[in-house]
Design a protein around this ligand. Structure first.
Ligand SMILES: [Zn+2]
Length: 378
């Protein structure tokens, strides 16, 4: 996410807590809690910024960028909106940027996303906040392709939920027996969140034509998901140049933002003279199709390793009694489709099982592995 209006204020309030160690780079300063991490951040960041400048048409050069590598939970959340992406970029005086990124398995993705905000040139000015988020996600995907299958899934789940389709998700159950012999079951996972009132095409039109997503904290995750969904479609059809052309045309015509209709057409939707509701039907159909049982089955089979890696790195914290050494599978990992069908993912793919085990941390003090009673097995 990029913020501008509160930038100076926020910069002042964050500046006191910069991580202790720093490394100068040609682009700015890399900060981290220890010198080795600061060095690694600098090595990752400099070539990445150059690569983004090359792939992103009309990017700026010579911006001053400072990057803080932080524990995810220490990154301030200035708008109290949660960090679906986990990073944030503050504008400082217009040509300098402070970027805060979490030290996690998503670092490369998030760093590329935030750098993209910082080096978007003025020709992108009319893009609109939701599509800008999508553009940053598109660039991030090129720099951390291992996360792409999961990020795509999250995008579809988040976008589908805006229109009321929130069945699809990724879930795990955790069963434990307490001292009295009682069984406790806890569900952990993720899926799209349904907004208080479901979106219509008119809502989508309104939000897509807003300069920034910052004023809409409640809708922020949804806006990022739908913006990403559309930008991937646009870029797959005509490259990032076609997205830039929409921005340039909007500027030429004196518009503040790329109109909704242009973005939808560039993404391949037919606006034409269809019946009321026809556009919404087209859109929703294309958002939910990748969440069908068959599509999820394919995802598990084709991208099992990427999914397994994500599962291990994202969820291990929540399953402390499982360890990498003894790990076979933890209970009931499922992907649920939009039709409500559960796919038992660990049973479907050896790659997924192997990748999860390979990336699952080995813990020194592992609680005894509890045999889950029959009744709680699939
Ligand atoms: Zn962003």
């Amino acid at each position: 996410m990029r913020t501008t209006p509160l930038a100076l204020l926020l910069f002042a309030s964050c500046a006191t807590s910069a991580p202790e160690h720093s490394v100068e780079t040609p682009l700015g300063v890399a900060y981290a809690d220890d010198p080795e991490q600061a060095g690694r951040l600098a090595e990752l960041w400099t070539p990445m910024a150059r690569s983004i400048e090359r792939m992103l048409p009309a990017s700026k050069e010579g911006e001053r960028l400072d990057v803080w590598l932080m524990r995810a939970e220490d990154i301030p959340d200035p708008f109290d909106i949660g960090h679906p992406m986990g990073g944030i970029t503050y504008s400082v005086n217009g040509d300098a940027w402070l970027i805060q990124v979490p030290n996690s398995h998503k670092l490369e993705w998030i760093l590329a996303h935030e750098l993209t905000h910082a080096i978007l040139g003025p020709k992108w000015e009319t893009l609109g906040g939701a599509l800008e988020e999508g553009l940053c996600e598109y660039v991030a995907a090129q720099h951390a392709p291992g996360l792409l299958p999961v990020r795509r899934l999250q995008v579809y789940m988040g976008a589908a939920a805006l229109f009321g389709y929130d069945e699809a998700g990724i879930f795990f159950s955790q069963c434990r027996r307490d001292d009295a012999g009682n069984i406790e079951v806890r569900w952990i996972g993720e899926k799209g969140r349904v907004p208080k009132s479901l979106w219509t095409i008119e809502d989508l039109r309104f939000y897509l034509e807003q300069r920034s997503i910052a004023p809409f904290p409640e809708q922020r995750a949804g806006l990022q998901r739908i913006g990403t969904f559309l930008v991937f479609l646009i870029a797959e059809r005509g490259g990032l140049e076609s997205l830039l052309r929409l921005c340039e045309r909007a500027t030429e015509e004196g518009r503040d933002d790329v109109p909704f209709a242009w973005a939808m057409e560039a993404a391949g939707f037919e606006l034409g003279s269809g019946a009321p509701g026809a556009l919404e039907e087209q859109l929703v159909r294309s958002i939910v199709a990748p969440l069908s049982r068959g599509a999820l089955f394919e995802l598990v089979i084709e991208d099992g390793s990427a999914l397994g890696r994500y599962i291990a790195l994202e969820y291990a914290e929540h399953f402390k009694e499982f360890d990498g050494e003894h790990f076979v599978k933890f209970s009931n990992g499922t992907l649920r489709s939009i039709e409500g069908v559960n796919l038992p993912i660990f049973d479907l793919s050896q790659d997924l099982r192997d990748a999860t085990r390979a990336h699952w941390p080995v813990r020194e003090h592992t609680a005894p592995i509890i045999e889950v009673p029959r009744a709680f097995r699939r």
